[in-house]
Design a protein around this ligand. Structure first.
Ligand code: ZN
Ligand code: ZN
Length: 140
């Protein structure tokens, strides 16, 4: 007998869109927010883990102001993502979690780590100049 489809997971679609480093970050965020809205604001389009870290740090780097070209639903989208990631207490917990730097392999707390939104990867401050090009946008 055929299995029923697995229930949707938060981030199932959204994480892939936001971490798709083939596209400019503005476009990724605009798309994912639009698709989320068009799909009855389904939680599968929201982001978790590294994708949420990227989104949050990128927005914080702009002091919450959305660059032009980012769709009209992006602020609602960011609020919905914050909510499924445990709100502000969840963000504080996430910042204390340990991550390992893909460049040197050393472990750091997330709050001491940065993320390149262009490459969609974490980096520590020491590795940043060597592993990310001048065109990269590193935030966090
Ligand atoms: Zn490193
Ligand atoms: Zn980079």
């Amino acid at each position: 007998m055929e299995q029923p489809p697995a229930p949707g997971r938060i981030g199932q679609y959204g994480n892939g869109v936001v971490l798709d480093h083939g596209l400019p970050v503005e476009e990724r965020v605009a798309r994912v927010a639009e698709w989320w809205d068009a799909d009855s604001r389904d939680g599968r389009w929201l982001v978790t883990g590294k994708a949420y870290f990227l989104l949050r740090c990128w927005l914080l780097a702009r002091a919450g102001a959305l660059p032009s070209g980012v769709g009209g639903y992006a602020a609602d989208y960011a609020a919905a993502c914050l909510s499924v990631n445990g709100g502000e207490p969840g963000w504080d917990r996430a910042l204390r979690a340990r991550l390992s730097c893909p460049g040197c392999g050393d472990g750091y707390r997330a709050e001491n780590m940065r993320i390149c939104v262009t490459c969609a990867d974490y980096t520590c401050c020491s590795c940043e100049p060597d592993t990310h090009a001048r065109e990269c946008e590193v935030v966090g």
